[in-house]
Design a protein around this ligand. Structure first.
Ligand SMILES: Cc1ncc(COP(=O)(O)O)c(C=O)c1O
Length: 366
């Protein structure tokens, strides 16, 4: 039984804390904005990334709103979503290791699973797993368009690997993908240019493949901090932006003007001084990776320290209003690194808990 399973129907005040909360109305508004831009304005298909969102109920929300399928970072996430009836999934990663490859290939029996590769050696591993399972795996060749993570260089190396994918048994070459994550660090016109340069190298590589007679069905890319600019270009067929449906301090910094749909609700456990507030959520509840969380409705902070199970807030000015037992709600710095610390999501509608959803896909346990 989960900590908050008895909270459905109750107000936020009555939550067991710390609790990860989703304002479903704000989430739906964010989703609508992304659908309107990506599908409506740009005419591109939407394949939102679930690495941060994870909950299958959210995947179904996204599909109902118009997404063609979803993107995952791991086989585990994909398995849990497939189990919940999501049947069009891109595992946008290089899956390696005998057991994981077998799980990926087995999954392709239950759902339409697309995955990524960036080397001949990896292609052979995918091919062996697919043939053992008796399936054909559709594969995207991943390009490194400047992030210096995975991927082959754009241009001829991409064409070469695409050609190899076309003749590899158990594999069906389905197109190209890239993630222009390095451009998140830029601002203004410089950012727009960096995104355009990255996406053009992807789209041009797709054209080179087509010119070589290779069937490029999909050109997949982009995230919540970049799609506003990549969507301006021709040639992209799918956008992977996902975390922006939650939004957080990082996504705002990266230029997305969505609402904060995810918060972490904590409770004050101690008021040692007029300027110090101690809450029952620390680094096991909220991550500071990519920036610290921000409490809502408090005055300026001198400091915020997260120890394991304590949040220690030192205010600039004394506060006599907040008492032990009161709630303090935080906007995550980065939802990706915060949601994965929790087992459940408390869904709020009009300030009341309307559901508790599990957050699977974190461990691969099944
Ligand atoms: C392959 C890939 N696509 C897209 C994204 C962007 O995802 P989001 O929109 O959730 O930030 C990422 C982020 O890490 C990624 O790794």
């Amino acid at each position: 039984m989960s900590a908050n399973s008895a909270s459905v129907g109750r107000s936020k005040q009555e939550l067991e804390t710390p609790a990860l909360c989703l304002d479903l109305q704000l989430y739906r508004r964010n989703v609508r904005r992304m659908v309107d831009f990506i599908i409506g304005q740009c005419g591109i298909a939407w394949r939102p990334h679930m690495k941060g969102q994870k909950a299958p109920e959210l995947a179904h929300e996204l599909l109902a709103a118009g997404a063609i399928g979803v993107t995952c970072a791991t086989v585990y996430e994909a398995e849990d979503l497939a189990e919940a009836g999501v049947n069009d999934i891109l595992v946008a990663n290089q899956v390696a290791g005998r057991h994981k490859l077998a799980r990926l290939a087995r999954l392709a029996r239950r759902a339409w699973i697309l995955t990524a590769t960036d080397s001949l050696a990896h292609l052979e591993l995918l091919s062996a797993a697919a043939q053992t399972e008796g399936v054909v795996l559709p594969v995207l060749v991943e390009l490194d368009v400047g992030m210096n993570r995975c991927g082959v260089p754009p241009g001829e190396p991409a064409v070469e690997l695409a050609r190899a994918a076309c003749r590899t048994p158990g594999i069906r070459f389905a197109g190209l993908m890239a993630w222009e994550g390095h451009t998140l660090l830029f601002e203004g016109e410089e950012k727009r240019q960096a995104i355009h340069d990255a996406i053009r190298s992807l789209v041009n590589s797709a054209e080179l493949c087509r010119a070589a007679g290779l069937p490029v069905e999909r050109v997949s890319c982009s995230g919540s901090g970049t799609f506003l600019h990549s969507g301006e270009l021709e040639g992209v067929t799918e956008i992977q932006a996902g975390g922006g449906a939650f939004c957080d301090l990082n996504y705002r910094k990266w230029g997305l003007e969505n609402d904060y749909a995810i918060t972490v609700v904590t409770r004050i456990v101690s008021r040692p001084t007029p300027t110090r507030i101690i809450v029952d959520g620390g680094f096991k509840t909220m991550s500071s990776q990519h920036g610290p969380p921000r409490p809502i409705g408090l005055g300026p902070l001198k400091s915020l320290v997260l120890s394991a199970e304590h949040g220690i807030l030192e205010l600039e000015q004394p506060d006599t209003e907040r008492q032990v037992g009161d709630l303090v709600e935080f906007i995550p710095g980065y939802t990706d690194s915060t949601v994965c610390l929790h087992d459940e999501l408390c869904v709020l509608e009009d300030g009341r808990v309307s559901a508790i959803w599990g957050i699977p896909g974190r461990s691969g346990r099944r």
